[in-house]
Design a protein around this ligand. Structure first.
Ligand code: RUB
Length: 303
């Protein structure tokens, strides 16, 4: 698929999830480099910048997309000639996808070691490949007995989660989002995905994550965010807040069913205060929210 085809699929959420959209953006830039048939490096860079901007514009909240694109195009402008620029983008894209895919096993191992007492119920929201990797590993290690999966209105990504967990043999119970407080007394640990990690350790993830984290705090349930280092806000954006994506009202109600004089508001991501986050499971280990800036400087240098 080319840049435009992948952009459309990210925008309409056929391709979704912070890790996956970043990998597809890298693949789109690889395709651009492989199929470029112009003659000059200037022309290549111009098109590359345009492709990068198009991909980044598709979804505003997941910083993984921005970082994945920057990591892929890094150094192309400074390359000595057209061929080395093209080769570099292809190499960067492959290396980024490899890093992203290999992060899951590492996070799974760090995350499953966090569970101290066996026979615990976990809870999750939305559909996070990172959180699911940790949950699967924790179950296989006999650390958790099952999972509550929130349905995740309005797009019901929880339905993807229950299918993936069931296929892996993990006992999973689907609940509507508003049942999370009702079941929380039975829960011992929460694993959530991450779209972006802001410099102060705030976790940006699917709408409803804030309710989940605040409810977990009330029941003294630890909350672990699963976030590969490329989901951290990079040094060039340190201290900034990511934009929370607003999506069409059709995701909530058919416009013809909407009574007159009624507004619909559809913010699709939440910002979870760092005080509600027990730890962040990354591919380099489990860190505290207060360590986010330091890790970002180290792993996203120059971005
Ligand atoms: C998906 C979502 C996921 C994170 C992390 O939102 O909030 O929890 O993206 O996912 P959407 P992963 O469905 O709107 O893309 O761990 O797969 O990167």
């Amino acid at each position: 698929m080319n840049v435009e085809e992948i952009s459309i699929k990210i925008q309409d959420m056929t391709i979704r999830g912070a890790g996956r959209i970043a990998r597809y953006a890298a693949k789109a830039l690889k395709d651009y480099s492989e199929t470029f048939n112009g003659q000059s490096q200037e022309e290549f860079i111009l098109g590359l910048d345009k492709a990068a901007a198009r991909l980044i514009s598709t979804r505003p909240t997941a910083i993984s997309l921005f970082n994945g694109v920057q990591i892929t195009i890094r150094g192309a402008k400074e390359s000595s000639d057209l061929n080395s620029a093209r080769d570099l983008v292809i190499k960067n894209a492959d290396a980024f996808c490899e890093l992203s895919n290999s992060a899951y096993d590492k996070m799974a191992s760090y995350g499953s070691n966090l569970v101290q007492e066996p026979n615990m119920m976990a809870i999750t929201i939305c559909n996070s490949t990172a959180a699911i990797s940790v949950i699967k590993a924790a179950f296989q290690a006999g650390k958790i007995t099952g999972v509550y999966a929130c349905e995740t209105r309005p797009k019901n990504q929880g339905l993807i989660t229950i299918r993936e967990l069931a296929e892996a043999g993990v006992p999973v119970t689907l609940i509507v989002d508003s049942a999370m407080r009702y079941v929380m007394p039975e829960v011992s640990i929460a694993f959530i995905g991450t779209d972006s990690l802001e410099s102060d350790g705030s976790v940006i993830n699917k709408i409803g994550t804030q309710v989940l984290a605040a409810t977990a705090r009330d029941f003294e349930v630890p909350v672990y965010a699963c976030a590969e280092t490329y989901k951290f806000l990079p040094p060039s954006k340190a201290g900034q807040r990511v934009q929370i994506e607003l999506r069409p009202i059709e995701e909530i109600i058919a416009p013809e069913d909407l009574p007159e004089n009624v507004e619909v508001y559809n913010p699709v991501f939440d910002r979870v205060h760092p005080s509600l986050i027990t730890g962040i499971i990354t591919e380099i280990g489990v860190i505290r929210p207060s360590e986010v800036s330091e890790i970002s400087e180290k792993y996203l240098e120059g971005i």
